[in-house]
Each structure stands twice: as structure tokens, then as C-alpha cells.
Design a protein around this ligand. Structure first.
Ligand code: URA
Length: 240
């Protein structure tokens, strides 16, 4: 079915209709190798529509998933070493989603998976200072002065960490659980912060990213974000 080019381009998520018209006027759009003019129609199923050298494909609907990564699983879609990946748990998902950020091999908890590059960039960009909360089991009981250090910032090889929020949750004779919220995303950051004050991590689980809460989602399970969650997340992170 033939349709106006600007309508095809906007439906494919390339640009608004007005912007698409501008692209056509600028001579950047070709149909089967011929530079398109304004008002020209094309058949998306049969014609080769290009912007510059790039062939236009239909935009995949955007998908947003919350996954509870279990331990012993890598935050990647493929592992040459053959370890379990997050993809192994998302067999029912047809869209080409990818993980937003990472959790270490032994870490557990909330990983956002999406095919929305813009949202992923916004969540990961340091400028966004997106809060991430971790429930952490450590050996020993941290001293008050060390908790204050974590809150103010500790010196790591890659610089002083930004202020964190720390809450003591519970303790046993030998271990304790704390909740820590950071706004950065450095490699092994929580592990390194705790090591800096003399504690090793026995368990680490991300329970919250911005306003998204892991809740009772079982380890290894996933769920689609609700339209309200998606709207809120976009509003909070993309406008940063
Ligand atoms: N910080 C860590 O040290 N490990 C993680 O997996 C996430 C945050």
C-alpha cells in the first residue's frame, strides 16, 4: 500500500512528520535510489527507502522489563565462556532487549531490560545521578564512624565516591545487613566501598532503581513494567 513518505518515516520512529518533510526537502531521502520529493508516496513493503545510506526498517515496539537476576549469571546476552546469561531467563521475550547497566556475576536483583536506547542512555548517564539501592550482607558489624565514611564518600582508586545513603537493617553475631543507595555506577562500586572500610560482601542484591522496586519478584523471573511505571521512569530520567 502506497503512503506519503513523511507518514512512513514518522511511523518507523525516524522523526516527526514535520522533521521528515524537512529531510525530504533537504534531499536526504531516496526511494529505490531516486531522491524523493515532497508529496511522494512509497510502499514500505516493496520499496527501498533510505535516509542517506541507511535503509529504513519498521521500528520495533519498545519493551521494558524488570528482571531479577539470580547469582551465578552474567549481565550480558552471550558469554563465550558458556556461563548463564540474563538472556537464558528471557526465553519468552521476542523483542531484542538488552540489559541497562550491569550487576556482577554473583550479585542478584533488579536489572532493567529494554530495546529503548534513549531510555537506557538516560538511566546510565552519570549526569542523571539515578539512585540505585542495594541490600548487602557483610561480614562483621560496621562501626558507626565507618558508616559515616560511606555516607560522606570513601577514597577508591578511581576517586572519592559521591555521598551515599546507608541504613543498618539487622545483624547477627558474625554478619550484618545494610542497605546502601548510591548515585554512581562504577565497576564493583559497592564491593569496593565496603572493602575500603574493612568488610567483605557475602551477598549483594539490587532492590531499587530510581522509583522501580524489585518487590517480591522471584530470582530468575521477569515482568513487564506497567504503563504507569514506564511513564514515570521516562519523565524522571529523560528530562534530567
Ligand atoms: N556494586 C558492586 O560492587 N557490584 C554490583 O553488582 C553492583 C554494584
Amino acid at each position: 500500500m502506497k503512503e506519503r513518505l513523511q507518514k512512513i518515516l514518522s511511523r518507523c520512529g525516524i522523526a516527526s512528520r514535520r522533521k521528515a518533510e524537512e529531510m525530504i526537502l533537504q534531499g536526504r531521502v531516496t526511494v529505490n535510489g531516486v531522491v524523493a520529493g515532497i508529496g511522494m508516496k512509497a510502499d514500505f513493503a516493496k520499496d527501498h527507502i533510505k535516509i542517506g545510506r541507511k535503509l529504513i526498517r519498521r521500528a520495533e515496539p519498545k519493551v521494558y522489563i524488570m528482571f531479577n537476576k539470580p547469582g551465578k549469571c552474567i549481565t550480558a546476552l552471550h558469554d563465550p565462556a558458556g556461563r548463564r546469561t540474563v538472556k537464558d531467563f528471557l526465553k519468552g521475550v521476542k523483542a531484542k532487549v538488552f540489559p541497562v547497566g550491569r550487576l556482577d556475576y554473583n550479585s542478584e536483583g533488579l536489572i532493567l531490560m529494554t530495546n529503548d536506547g534513549e531510555l537506557a542512555n538516560a538511566v546510565l548517564h552519570p549526569k542523571g545521578r539515578i539512585p540505585k539501592t542495594y541490600l548487602v550482607k557483610i561480614n562483621g558489624v560496621p562501626e558507626e564512624k565507618n558508616i559515616r565514611k560511606l555516607e560522606r564518600g570513601v577514597k577508591l582508586e578511581d576517586g572519592i565516591t559521591a555521598p551515599a545513603r546507608v541504613k543498618k537493617i539487622r545483624k547477627t553475631e558474625t554478619n550484618s545487613w545494610i542497605e546502601i543507595t548510591i548515585h554512581e555506577g562504577r565497576k564493583h562500586q559497592v564491593r569496593r566501598m565496603l572493602e575500603r572500610i574493612g568488610h567483605s560482601i557475602l551477598k549483594l542484591k539490587r532492590v531499587r532503581v530510581n522509583g522501580l522496586m524489585l518487590g517480591k519478584l522471584p530470582a530468575g523471573a521477569y515482568r513487564y513494567l506497567t504503563p504507569e511505571e514506564i511513564k514515570k521512569l521516562k519523565k524522571e530520567v529523560i528530562s534530567c
